[in-house]
Design a binder for this molecule. Structure first.
Ligand code: PSV
Ligand code: MN
Length: 386
């Protein structure tokens, strides 16, 4: 039997972080389609993120990407966030968009380039301290394109050395989340291709280094929920970058391509009692052709719906069926929950929270989209490389 009040409580307390870069213009290597009303700077990105929180009630923090979100005064940016009722979340150092990084950042054969990358990450620790963030989120575009281009192990050693320096400089209470990616922009090998490599580095570093699972960073068919379960078991699941993929790192709205996968992932979270834990539920996606703010609201709702369904799984019945070797029965318990329409439950929860039961409709009615199109004239729109 499921306790509906407990389900609602867990959903009410769940936190989903949105990424600043999703509010700016984005695209593919073929074309970036600009949209009217897009933020011109980090301050305006926070304003859009605050709107997503206002209508969903569960997205009170925003991840920053530096230097995309560089400002003169980070304490002032923090105050701006707080005045909007939100906070600054994970700080993501960007060590992939400068000319020096052609052969990598912290794995680069040139010590001067490695120094530059490490110094940037150390600067991001300071930014995190000033903005009140306790997550340093690392992804490296490092890798090679051709066999023989560089030495795997030499690169691993450089990586370990860089991570050690960074880890030792993190203040108490800060966590390092280490993201892996199987491919792109390097295609022969990447230096942190999988959760195992990330985990090995985290283990060597210490307890505050944890693995970040970006759902778009796996080979097709990978059982991501197994990875999630294994990392939870050893206390090293730091968080997620949620998005959807049809082919590769598509960065589409989470829950769009495969809502069932998202449910299966959330079920492992529920089983580990980690819905309201230090596991960071962050979105990492870009809205290339759809309007950004409602797409972000949709994404938050998709995570909530998957979580609600996972919370509805009758875990006692599931365990019973598993212990009895009842293959069909166990599967049925899962599918029963998955097929439940949780929208009425979430609508009633939102009413209890004092927000509109239909966040997307409320956003459309609010006039915010028209307002930013009107007000954000001139200047340079934020976007990739900006
Ligand atoms: C890389 O594909 C990635 O997932 C990393 O998290 C980056 O920080 C982000 O995308 C940039 O969009
Ligand atoms: Mn990511």
């Amino acid at each position: 039997m499921t306790d509906i009040d407990a389900v609602k409580r867990a959903l009410r307390e769940q936190r989903i972080e949105t990424p600043s870069w999703a509010y700016g213009n984005s695209g593919t290597r073929f074309k970036v389609f600009p949209q009217p009303g897009v933020p011109r700077n980090a301050y305006e990105k926070l304003e859009d993120a605050a709107v997503v929180h206002r209508f969903t009630g569960v997205a009170p923090s925003v991840a920053l990407h530096i230097p995309w979100d560089r400002v003169d005064d980070y304490a002032d940016l923090r105050r701006h966030a707080e005045s909007l009722g939100i906070s600054i979340g994970a700080i993501n150092p960007n060590v992939f968009q400068e000319n020096e990084y052609r052969l990598g950042s912290v794995c680069n054969p040139d010590p001067a380039v490695r120094r530059k990358a490490i110094d940037h990450i150390l600067e991001c620790i300071q930014i995190a301290e000033v903005t009140g963030s306790n997550i340093l989120s690392l992804w490296f575009a490092d890798g090679t394109n051709y066999p023989g281009q560089d030495d795997f192990i030499a690169r691993q050693d450089r990586l370990a050395e860089a991570l050690r320096e960074v880890y030792d400089r993190m203040p108490d209470g800060m966590r390092m989340l280490l993201e892996y990616k199987l491919f792109e922009p390097a295609f022969y090998h990447t230096d942190i291709p999988d959760w195992g490599t990330s985990y090995a580095h985290c283990l060597a570093l210490g307890e505050r280094a944890q693995v970040l699972v970006d759902t778009g960073h796996h080979a097709p068919g990978t059982n991501i929920e197994f990875i999630v379960a294994v990392l939870l078991r050893v206390g090293r699941l730091g968080g997620f970058h949620f998005n959807s993929r049809f082919y590769a790192d598509d960065d589409l709205m989470v829950g769009a391509a495969d809502p069932f996968q998202l449910f299966r992932i959330m079920l492992e979270i529920v089983k580990a009692g980690a819905v309201n834990s230090s596991v960071a539920f962050m979105l990492d996606q870009c809205h290339n052709i759809e309007p950004k703010i409602p797409a972000m609201i949709r994404s938050v709702l998709n995570v909530q719906e998957a979580t609600a369904k996972a919370l509805l799984v009758d875990l006692d019945a599931l365990r019973q069926a598993q212990e009895n070797g009842d293959v069909l029965g166990a599967n049925e318990v899962l599918m029963d929950a998955y097929h439940t329409d949780v929208r009425p439950l979430l609508a009633s929860l939102r009413e209890e929270m004092g927000i509109d039961p239909d966040p997307l409709a409320a956003y459309r009615r609010s006039g915010y989209a028209e307002k930013i199109i009107q007000e954000r004239q001139g200047g340079t729109q934020a976007g990739w490389g900006a």
